[in-house]
Design a protein around this ligand. Structure first.
Ligand SMILES: [Mg+2]
Length: 319
């Protein structure tokens, strides 16, 4: 096995330019990977910038994903933040901290997965960095463009509907099984770039579900100065999660993290437009509740047990 310490940082980096796109006018790349910095040509308008890291021992453990899937994930968690603003990813950078004993083909696979996920979302890898470290850590930075409206967390108003894309709980369940030593792999985050761009035309506020729906809805409510009511019975729970947890699945899915779905609020006046565009999102969209006036309070309706839904009025994660 050829390991990174046998090959050396500079020799590995020297192979990058032939694996990544150079100049490509279509992709807006004037100078690609291999020089001191990349040069891109942005359209007039607004750029969205974000960065996020995957650190071994913090965000994942060795063996939870294949190297290629880990590369895809490093891109996807960043693309999710761009999608949650209504933007489209264009250019990506990947800084990898890698233990010297890592097989070279693992690092190759990480980069290949990262580049493939970028291409699928319409972005290109234009550079990065490689450093030796004790743990594997992948830090990506992403530049996106907004063609239409940019949507923040701060626009939700009382009466708006609360909607969520896709289904929740699959990744949380996988993590639980992995930690318990029952095997499996982390599921790939979904790509919601197209959905985000379309939802941005009708949304009052939007956020991606990375910390768990309950947490992230709390972030949105805090930014908007509002509260929310969520109907637990309406939550779109991932089939695997429902099979494994039965009646406990909705509450689990509410708190489980890393689903990377989009949580979006839509004013009543735009609901008809939302229904019209829903078939073109590329994923399901479910109404799970509504925004209320009660500042910062996220309450829960437990339709499975109406007697308890009032007495145990859900939770307030700011407490
Ligand atoms: Mg986010």
């Amino acid at each position: 096995v050829r390991r990174l310490r046998d090959v050396g940082e500079h020799a590995w980096l020297a192979t990058l330019p032939r694996r990544l796109p150079r100049g490509s006018l279509a992709a807006g790349i004037v100078v690609g990977a291999g020089d001191d910095a990349a040069v891109v040509r942005a359209r007039p308008g607004r750029l969205l910038l974000t960065t996020d890291a995957l650190i071994e021992g913090v965000h994942f453990r060795s063996g939870w994903s294949s190297p290629r899937a880990l590369g895809r994930r490093a891109f996807a968690v960043n693309a999710s933040d761009i999608a949650a603003m209504g933007g489209r990813p264009r250019w990506a950078l990947l800084a990898a901290e890698v233990p010297p004993a890592t097989p070279v083909r693992e690092l190759d696979a990480i980069l290949a997965g990262f580049a493939a996920a970028a291409r699928r979302d319409g972005a290109r890898v234009v550079g990065g960095n490689l450093a030796a470290g004790r743990h594997l850590a992948l830090t990506a930075a992403l530049v996106g463009e907004a063609r239409g409206r940019v949507v923040t967390r701060a626009g939700a108003r009382a009466g708006d509907g609360v909607w969520v894309t896709g289904a929740l709980g699959a990744c949380g369940l996988a993590v639980r099984r992995l930690i318990a030593g029952r095997g499996g792999r982390l599921p790939d985050p979904p790509s919601r770039v197209r959905a985000g761009e379309r939802l941005a035309t009708v949304a009052s506020a939007m956020i991606d579900v990375s910390d768990g729906l309950a947490q992230d809805l709390g972030h949105l409510c805090r930014a908007s100065g509002v509260g929310a009511v969520v109907d637990l019975a309406r939550l779109p729970v991932a089939p695997a999660c429902r099979r494994a947890l039965g009646a406990a699945a909705p509450r689990f899915a509410l708190a489980a993290g890393e689903d990377y779905e989009l949580l979006v609020t839509v004013p009543r006046a735009r609901e008809r437009a939302l229904v019209r565009l829903a078939p073109r999102l590329g994923c399901r969209l479910t109404r799970i509740g509504r925004i209320t006036r009660a500042p910062r309070r996220v309450a829960l309706i437990d339709g499975t047990d109406p007697r308890r839904s009032r007495a145990r009025a859900g939770f307030d994660h700011f407490r």
